[in-house]
Structure formats: structure tokens, C-alpha cells
Design a protein around this ligand. Sequence first.
Ligand code: PEP
Ligand code: MN
Length: 338
Amino acid sequence: MVIVMNEQATEDQVEKVIAALTQKGYDAHRSTGSTRTVIGVVGSSRSPLDPREFEIMPGVHEVVRISEPYKLAGRTFKPEDTVIRIKDVAIGGRDVVLMAGPCAVESEKQLDIIASSVSRYGARILRGGAFKPRTSPYSFQGMGEEGLRHLRTVADRYGLLVITEVMDTSQIELVGRYADILQVGARNMQNFHLLREIGRQSRPVMLKRGMSATIQEWLLSSEYIMAGGNHNVMLCERGIRTFENYTRNTMDLSAIPIIKKLSHLPIIADPSHGTGLRDKVIPMARASVAAGADGIMVEVHHEPEAALSDGPQSIYPEQFAELMAQLRIIAPAIGRTI
Ligand code: PEP
Ligand code: MN
């Protein structure tokens, strides 16, 4: 249920509605848009909610039932796009934001070489895994805290933000000390305990789509984070498993306009994991921007042949430059800037 307040509703009237909901044992999530305040009601309680009781409260415009299972992530609760602002970067606004970097942090030198070029070409956010979810326990697992330190140092050197993955609840506090955005990987999209804990902290979160997750399941996972109070969530399409095995995954481009319609959350596209093939990354990144993505995440490596993970899908820094030049032509055609 959402309670839509009148445009002229006073702060006192909003607070009274929230107090009435809390008293009945429900969680009230407030969203104040440019014209009015909307209160999203979630949770379960023994006292049933009677919409009529709220309809007659002063300042209430209407009470709307939400038919979708996700409440806070949907457009009924918040019709306007969510814009996540971190330092001087806004994700979900007019700008298409580029996140680039290696799959895994391998050394400070490696990160410095990659960050210096991607920042020069226009990336705003440095990516790189310090805790890596590898299919085999014998593959490189990441540098851990040392990797996080390199990320912060190198990103600050080039004026970039840091995004990196949190694989487990025990890492949230540590990763939060170094990163600007916490990434939840595809393999953890339905790790509900992790999602709940991440919802209780304040760092913005990028939630990657599980490799076999439907759009509804993905939105429900974002709901877990939002229900904890953290509304700074962006979604990331990174390809799903299908019968097609030419590519590593099948990148679901249609998820981009679908998410835009159903949700106010920013949507990022990851054509690196989406295809697994270096020469397919640029075309799919171009298509993602044309389809309305708010940002692109790409893996970039100066020596992909020697990369400790995901070399075959990592583009060279010069290719990143080429991609940026192309996106600067595509973005304005759909009213976006880069
Ligand atoms: C990653 O971005 O480094 C990663 C492991 O991606 P995914 O969780 O989408 O496989
Ligand atoms: Mn990777």
C-alpha cells in the first residue's frame, strides 16, 4: 500500500500518518518528490490495515494498493527516477556513467596503469574485485584488504569513485571503509541474509542480476535492501544463462527498458560478463546506452593475456577510448550526456 499525500500536506500531517503506521507495527518508507510526499507501507503485522482509516487523515490525497510484489522498488511508490549522488557523480540522472577497471585487483601498479587511462578517457568509477567469487576454489581469490587499499589509493589519485564486491556479511564493514559503492555479485543476488545486512548500512549498492534470475526475482532482491532503509540501490544486467553457449552468458538487453518501466532505480549494463568475449563488449555497450542504460560497467586490462581473471572479456585501454568516443555520439541522440 502507498499513501499519497496532498501537494500542500504539512510536515506534521506526514509525520502523523507515519506514526499511525508505526503504531500498528508497519514500516513506513517516505519518498519526497518534487511535488508531493508518498509513504510506502511494508512489513506484516497482526493489526490489519484499513485503507479507509488513512484516506480520511488530514493531508492524505489517496491510498493506493500496490499490485506488484515489490513495493519500494516500483514506480507506484516513487514515480520519479532515483538519482544516486556520490561526491560529484550522479547515477540515474542525465549523465551516462562509466565504471571501468580490471576484473580483479592484481597489484597497485596494474591498477594505476588501468585507472590512469580510463580516467583520462572519461570513466568516473574504478571497478576491481578484491574478494573474487571464483567458480573453482583453486583460481585466484583476490587480494583481500590489500586490494581494497590499492583501489582507494589509486582511485583518489585520479579522482575516481570505487566500486567493489562484498561476498559475505563479514566483509561489509571492511569494504565500506574503502569503497563508495558496494557490489553484490550475481552469485549472491538471492543471499537474503547478505541483502538484509547491506540494507542496514548506508553505502550505495549495485545489485547484479543472478544468472538465472527473472526480473521479478531481481527486483524482489532489491526490495530486501530497500526494506532495511537503504534506498540507494542500482541494478546491473550482466547476462543470464540460456541454452546459447557461443557467449559466456546471454545479455538480456530488453531488461534495460523493462526495468526502466517497472522501477525508478538506475540500471547499469555489464557487457563484459554479459558476453564474455572482448570483441562483443563494445557493440553491446553501445546497444545498452541506446536502450537507456544509466551506466556501463566494463572490464579493462592493459595486458589481458596475463590477467588473473576474465582476461578474454577484458578490453584494452585503447578500446575503452574508442568506446567512449562512440558513446559520446550515441548518448545525445537519446537525450543523454556523457
Ligand atoms: C564482477 O563484476 O567482478 C563479477 C564477478 O560479476 P558477476 O557477479 O556478474 O559474475
Ligand atoms: Mn570479471
